[in-house]
Design a protein around this ligand. Structure first.
Ligand code: ADP
Ligand code: ZN
Length: 632
């Protein structure tokens, strides 16, 4: 995720390029001075020439015959002349005219020269003109070149084709060890062998073992792939070269390939070492047409393959690459002898999250209220980068509030900041809007409390957040779950529709506030039908396949159009039924809805505990009333 930042501040660029004079800036300088000289020369000529006016041939002949001309230059395609009066160097006006075939011209010139002392000469145009046109073409070309170069600056400029300027990061010592990477035990285990190999390659070579040249770290963004690669380098105590796949690929064909060459050359000089290529899918995309191909990327990939085949493992170079789209990679990259090992770096589970929080809070001063286990429970779905961010946000919040220690409240607040954004103080909702939002959120919350198979509420808030929400109900599971039952999914959908249901029951109108709920509910219902085989109508048939498992989990239909239409209808029916159920449940508990909404409007944020207290007071009273025998 933020590996760029991590790499940038350590050691800086590769030292190879740094000491060389940058050839690019030299050439730019030369070009600029040439252009300036040309411009100056032109301007100077302009000034010394004075003005040039066009005049008809007849006027020229008249002036010549009348003896009003001091100089005449005859070119093959034009005649220039200077009149007698006003011949100061700056005010000199030159006239040009296009000659017509005139046999008498020579005679007239001679007469004028004899009579009035007019000077005349013929000028061979070709030499000068060609020179001039070459110069002006060069000038235009130079300007164009300069412009192009400026445009391409981002890509390194055309001047430094092949120089992997400022893109390779080298760290002599990463200072990261496996202890800094929390969770990911399986990944660490498979990488330990690499570390051992880098420590004493001889042992492996003696026995005749071939070691994998590279491993592919596969997992969602922010799960610590870069961190793991650095840890391998740190554990083995070898330099760490890193480059992002996207920075290989340039507009110019051949740049990527030469960058790959450069990278391996530099690494070979520092072997044993680790080469880390982040986002390898940027170059390693399959060369078939499905994912779109272009020759530059193919060349870069071919060069990478060639380098991987070419280098000698005995030198101790290990290549690690990271991707979150392994399915798009070219098969050639995954062949034995290349990235034949695949290390899965998953999103952390409960224990992994707790460990990650521990690692990152090692140097953070915290008070006794802090319960990292609870925090780990509350952050299901978060990756290492999120967790690191949460700890830091909490520490910042503590400082902001002038406290020396971080409290659990800071941490919980930080979770909200990371997932929902900061509180938006300047967005003032009108009283009416606030009421609607409150009823909407309490609608969700009541359905959580009134249904089985739901997870406890941590917090309800109607403070708008920077990431767009006007309020939300935050549920935290009591324990990590790896399986979700059909009943739980159904209850979830009803809960999601509870916001709109409450709005409709209370205000007899609906608002745009439920758009996100609708999206989620639809996605859930659809997945039940097409992926999880939870619909009786379709049974256990895969109707959609997951694409981009580690990224956005987009879905691709795997059925006929006819079936797709039926799926749409089934999803619609499920949503409709769930909405009816949500309204049905809420309509029996309108008094509770009113009381909790009133409390929420007053306090803006309430805890799950406060919610349950009110809920139990009202509902409990009802139950005892119902339980009393009705007197006939
Ligand atoms: P990726 O390369 O998978 O996108 P990074 O390695 O760049 O993720 O992770 C970004 C940051 O998140 C790391 O620098 C680290 O602070 C934190 N982080 C991620 N995963 C872990 C982990 N398993 N243990 C500790 N910190 C982690
Ligand atoms: Zn909602």
């Amino acid at each position: 995720m933020d590996d760029k930042q991590n790499n940038n501040d350590i050691n800086g660029n590769d030292n190879n390029n740094k000491n060389k004079k940058n050839p690019k800036s030299m050439i730019v300088l030369i070009v600029i001075s040439v252009v300036l000289t040309l411009l100056f020369w032109k301007v100077y000529n302009r000034i010394s020439d004075g003005r040039t006016d066009e005049a008809p041939y007849s006027q020229f002949v008249q002036a010549l015959d009348a003896g009003e001309i001091s100089e005449v230059e005859v070119y093959s395609s034009q005649i220039k002349w200077v009149p007698k009066q006003g011949t100061g160097i700056l005010s000199k006006t030159t006239y040009v005219t296009v000659p017509i075939a005139d046999d008498s011209l020579a005679l007239r010139l001679k007469t004028a020269a004899d009579k009035y002392g007019t000077e005349y000469k013929g000028v061979d145009e070709s030499g000068g003109a060609i020179f001039y046109s070459i110069i002006s073409n060069v000038a235009i070309f130079a300007l164009f070149f300069l412009f192009l170069n400026l445009m391409m600056k981002k890509g390194g400029g055309i001047m430094n084709v092949g120089k992997s300027n400022a893109k390779v990061y080298m760290e002599k010592k990463t200072g990261v060890t496996f202890a800094d990477v929390a969770g990911e035990e399986e990944a660490k285990e498979s990488l330990t062998e690499m570390v051992d190999f880098l420590h004493n390659p001889k042992r492996y070579l003696d026995i005749g073992a071939k070691l994998p040249k590279g491993a592919l770290l596969v997992g969602p963004p922010g799960t610590g792939k870069t961190l793991l690669a650095k840890a391998v380098a740190g554990e083995a105590n070898v330099p760490f070269f890193s480059m992002s796949g996207s920075s290989f690929v340039e507009m110019y064909v051949g740049v990527g390939a030469s960058r790959v060459r450069d990278l391996f050359k530099q690494a070979a000089q520092m072997a044993p070492c680790i080469i880390f290529i982040d986002e390898i899918d940027a170059i390693g995309k399959s060369r078939d047409s499905r994912h779109g191909g272009d020759s530059e990327r193919e060349q870069t990939l071919n060069q990478l393959l060639a380098e991987m085949d070419g280098f000698d493992t005995s030198k101790g170079i290990v290549i690690l690459a990271a991707t979150n789209r392994p399915e798009t990679l070219d098969k050639a990259l995954l062949r034995p002898g290349r990235f034949d090992r695949r290390v899965i770096v998953e999103k952390p589970d409960l224990k992994g999250r707790e460990d990650t929080l521990k690692v990152h809070s090692k140097n953070v001063k915290m008070d006794e209220t802090v319960d990292l286990h609870e925090l780990a429970l509350a952050t299901s779905g978060a990756v290492g980068a999120d967790l690191a961010n949460i700890i830091n946000e909490a520490a910042l919040a503590a400082v902001r509030n002038n406290r020396d220690l971080v409290s659990q409240q800071d941490l919980i607040g930080a979770v909200e900041v990371v997932f929902a954004g900061k509180e938006k103080k300047d967005r003032l909702l009108s009283r009416e809007e606030k009421r609607i939002v409150a009823y909407h959120e309490v609608g969700h919350a009541l359905l959580v409390a009134l249904q089985k198979h739901t997870e406890p509420i941590q917090r309800i808030t109607i403070v708008p957040r920077t990431m767009g929400s006007l309020g939300y109900v935050w549920q935290v599971p009591e324990e990590e779950k790896y399986l979700v039952s059909k009943a739980e999914m159904e209850a979830d959908i009803v809960t999601l529709l509870g916001g709109r249901a409450a709005e409709e029951l209370k205000f007899a109108s609906v608002t745009t506030g439920a758009s996100n709920d609708i999206e989620q509910a639809t996605r859930k219902a659809r997945a039940m039908v097409t992926v999880y085989g939870m619909s009786d109508k379709f049974g256990m048939v895969q109707l959609e396949a997951v694409e981009g498992q580690y990224l956005d989990r987009s879905m691709a239909l795997q059925c006929s159009d006819e079936t797709a239409t039926k799926i749409d209808k089934e999803v619609r029916d499920m949503i409709k039924a769930s909405y009816v159920k949500a309204k049905g449940i809420l309509s029996k508990h309108l008094d509770t809805l009113d009381s909790i909404a009133a409390f929420l409007i007053e306090h803006e944020t309430i805890t799950g505990k406060e919610f349950m207290e009110i809920f139990e007071r009202i509902e409990g009273a009802k139950e005892t009333k119902e339980a009393q025998p009705v007197q006939a």
